[in-house]
Design a protein around this ligand. Structure first.
Ligand SMILES: [Ca+2]
Ligand SMILES: [Ca+2]
Length: 343
């Protein structure tokens, strides 16, 4: 019954789009209906290398429990941003943000989860339609230019058309914000706002990784998938992953969320308006110039940094870290996770 409900909701929302009052009303009604049907979801057993590599990418009771793979994030208040970070991460406005409770995916959405969405809806991603995406392609002849627009890179083939298939528990990549929103709507969920994302990442901790530190534990071991060594040609691999990692290879935060820092950047539903140095700030390398037609006007915020963040470039492996991203451009290092605002 729940599966049927998912499919019906998915199709109607794919047609209706993702941000309208009708959708909200329908969602509320549907959610009320499922509240009595849903039990507490089973927590994922992840947090170390062995567990993440054995994970099949589908949480227990997937498509049976509406909150499969999610945890409840309790309401609270927190301070957005960090004073020990890049200028655009600093909190120049309200000091405290109030946040209501919500469900959130414990992990980045996996390839296996996204595959079940595509199997149910036959959805075609923007990268497949456009036949292009921004691909991380370091080239010693052009050491400052590591992004190229390429074809053949999609969620199904994130290492290229001829490479082997991705691990089912890898975070899904080459996903535009539009793709992410369609997946979320299929599950009667949403993308988090930047505030919701960061509140969950901080999990009531007042400490965030300062700009000149890396996310490491007391034994100096990395606690996230980021880049150790000199980006883009020296990858020391101390976190065991040269590129992408399956979700949940590192310990969860206090809210039981994995990989909020690193692995893939994660889409939010918040427009990026806070850049103080947007014109000069190419800490991630600039892929905007790759396209001839500059149609996209407002970029949106992505959060948390990725496996490409290194201390010498894009040291954005923080809960507060943010970056503007063109909503219709799929890239090597961007994925997402979803939330559900009804208890
Ligand atoms: Ca790594
Ligand atoms: Ca992440």
């Amino acid at each position: 019954m729940i599966r049927k409900y998912f499919s019906a909701m998915g199709y109607s929302l794919l047609i209706a789009g993702c941000n309208n009052a009708v959708q909200d009303t329908v969602k509320h009604q549907e959610t009320s209906k499922t509240q009595t049907e849903s039990a507490q979801p089973v927590l994922l057993k992840l947090g170390n290398l062995e567990q993440c590599q054995q994970y099949n990418g589908l949480p227990p009771d997937w498509l049976k429990n509406p909150h499969a793979g999610m945890v409840w994030i309790p309401a609270g208040s927190f301070e957005l941003g960090s004073a020990l970070a890049y200028p655009d991460e600093q909190n120049l406005g309200e000091k405290k943000n109030q946040v209501q409770g919500y469900w959130m995916d414990q992990t980045e959405v996996t390839v296996a989860q996204f595959r079940s969405f595509v199997d149910a809806t036959h959805y075609i991603t923007d990268a497949e339609k456009q036949n292009e995406a921004a691909v991380f392609t370091p080239d010693i002849r052009h050491p400052q230019q590591w992004w190229q627009l390429k074809s053949g890179y999609t969620w199904k083939t994130p290492e290229g058309a001829k490479a082997k298939a991705p691990h089912p528990a890898e975070p899904v990549r080459y996903i535009t914000q539009n793709d992410a929103a369609h997946y979320a709507a299929w599950l009667n969920r949403d993308l988090p706002t930047e505030t919701e994302w960061e509140y969950a990442a901080k999990a009531h901790s007042a400490k965030d990784t300062p700009l000149h530190e890396e996310p490491r534990d007391h034994q100096h071991a990395p606690v996230a998938n980021y880049w150790q060594g000199k980006f883009p040609f020296e990858n020391l691999n101390q976190d065991h992953f040269q590129g992408i990692a399956p979700v949940g290879c590192y310990p969860a935060n206090a809210f039981k969320l994995h990989d909020m820092i690193g692995n893939v950047w994660e889409w939010t539903s918040s427009p990026y308006t806070g850049a103080h140095h947007e014109q000069d700030d190419n800490h991630m390398g600039n892929y905007r110039h790759l396209r001839h037609q500059q149609i996209q006007a407002v970029p949106y915020v992505i959060k948390g940094g990725s496996f490409l963040c290194a201390s010498n470039y894009c040291a954005r492996y923080r809960n507060s870290s943010r970056h503007p991203q063109e909503t219709d451009l799929a890239t090597t290092h961007t994925g997402f996770r979803t939330i559900e605002r009804h208890p």
